[in-house]
Write a protein that binds this ligand. Sequence first.
Ligand code: ZN
Ligand code: ZN
Length: 136
Amino acid sequence: MKQQQVAGSCLCGAVTYEAVGEPQRFFFCHCSRCRKASGSAHAANIFLQPGTLRFLTGEDQVRKFKLPEATRFGNHFCGTCGARLPRQGGDMVVIPAGSLNTDAPLAPQARIFMGSRAPWSCHGDQVPCFDQLPTA
Ligand SMILES: [Zn+2]
Ligand SMILES: [Zn+2]
């Protein structure tokens, strides 16, 4: 794939960023770390390589948590609103897909770490879909 540019922001809008790179992967990660950090069934991460990640505003508000025993896992988030933000991880830029204001540069490819998924978590095809909040 060729290089693409994406851009996004946190929930409160203090932190904005852009990233340029070659889209490599788009994974839903169901591991226990991603569940804790996202508060949800899975993380939705896009990986760009080789990456350039540039914060346009609010970089000083980005908080970084490194899990001591983890080699790859990290959680970067806005210190004001707590929204997850991109990070440079190794030679990859990791972008939480939900933080994007632009279209995702590729479609989700896989759900990973399904072995540690929560029993209630989505896994593809059997969850009914609603356009909005269901009424009944
Ligand atoms: Zn924020
Ligand atoms: Zn994970």
